[in-house]
Ligand binder design. Structure first.
Ligand code: NAD
Ligand code: UDP
Length: 313
């Protein structure tokens, strides 16, 4: 049993990760400032003696006696990270420094939840880890993309300078139960709109692509990455390499939910990447991992969650 810190532990991915880690018998401290996370996501763990929830903002220093840190704290959906972009950069950069300092003091391993956004609007497809990306440094997505890029830089500098054990995971679009209904991301938007019988909002022509990974596959990869030998730092792409256009996703959601929603076309947001698909050769080789849950099955689980949640709300 290890003592583990999960920052962003009350968020979508963080809460699923806490479930998995507690299930494996670890003692888990979740630290979260509840910017986009919610107590509801971890309420079921509140009586578990292996789980502790702390209100904490990672932009402030933190002390805890832990063997490992999963650093997930950061709003991930464009509408949230763009609301206070200065704070988003602060969370990524100062948050990374605070957590790297904590890991250094403890001599513990630290995993960074990085993102496919470090590739920006890529001109290489699918994206391998040695692609340096095509990121606008001054656009409305930059606080997130450049914040995460800077965090990766910090991780590798701590690794080189103080020999800290690091693991960097580049996460591609991940979805599943506990996404917030007002999250603004495409999967939750389409499902909520379809359940309510509202039009599905397609930004641009809907021909842009994303590759959607189910949350259970993702948290499995996180645990596997943490268990790799010290020499393995990543960065490693984790995502589902099956690519869909937003129009295909809309049709799939409508097929599962049923109902009569039509499609409504809206302007494409600035700097919206045209295509995104991970090359997961490294994850296959180094983690022995690949996604198991197909998009249709994962969407069915997510639709069931939202049906329940929207009735309760
Ligand atoms: P989320 O918004 O549900 O979770 C983020 C959590 O971090 C929330 O609980 C939020 O309250 C917390 N948080 C934000 N700022 C904080 C701060 N300053 N101090 C403490 N806590 C703070 O998003 P998510 O989808 O669960 O994403 C988790 C992590 O994974 C993020 O770092 C995100 O960048 C990364 N990621 C997610 C995806 C995805 O598709 N879901 C893709 C790539 C990367
Ligand atoms: N998108 C859309 N309709 C929506 C929300 C998003 O067509 O209601 C598009 C968005 O423009 C992008 C894709 O879906 O091209 C994925 O958006 P999301 O915010 O989920 O993730 P990201 O852009 O960060 O990959």
């Amino acid at each position: 049993m290890a003592r583990l810190l999960v920052t962003g532990g009350a968020g979508f991915l963080g809460s699923h990760l806490c479930d998995r880690l507690v299930g494996l018998g670890h003692y888990v401290i979740a630290a979260d400032n509840f910017l986009t996370g919610s107590l509801d996501n971890v309420r079921h763990l509140s009586q578990n003696p292996l789980f502790e929830l702390m209100r904490h903002d990672v932009t402030l220093p933190f002390d805890a006696d832990v063997d490992g840190i999963y650093n997930l704290a950061c709003p991930a959906a464009p509408i949230h990270y763009q609301r206070d972009p200065i704070q988003t950069t602060r969370t990524s950069v100062i948050g990374a420094i605070n957590m790297l300092d904590l890991a250094t003091r403890n001599g513990s391993v630290i995993l960074q939840a990085s993102t496919s956004e470090v590739y920006g609007d890529p001109d290489i497809h699918p994206q391998p880890e040695d692609y340096w990306g095509r990121v606008n440094p001054v656009g409305i997505r930059s606080c997130y993309d450049e914040g995460k890029r800077c965090a990766e830089t910090l991780f590798f500098d701590y690794w080189r300078q103080v020999q800290l054990e690091i693991k960097v995971m580049r996460i591609f679009n991940t979805y599943g139960p506990r996404m917030h209904p007002n999250d603004g991301r495409v999967v939750s938007n389409f499902i909520v709109q379809a359940i309510r019988g509202e039009p599905l909002t397609i930004y641009g022509t809907g021909s842009q692509t994303r590759s959607f990974c189910y949350v259970d596959d993702l948290t499995e990869a996180m645990v596997l990455l943490m268990a790799t030998p010290a020499e393995f730092t990543g960065p490693v792409n984790v995502g589902n390499p099956i690519e869909s256009t937003m129009l295909e996703l809309a049709e799939l959601v409508l097929g599962i939910v049923g109902g009569r929603s039509r499609l409504e076309f809206r302007p494409l947001p600035q700097d919206d990447p045209r295509q995104r698909c991970p090359d997961i050769s490294l994850a296959r080789k180094s983690l022995g991992w690949e996604p198991k849950v197909g998009l249709e099955d994962g969407l069915k689980e997510t639709v069931a969650y939202f049906r329940h949640r929207l009735v309760d709300a």
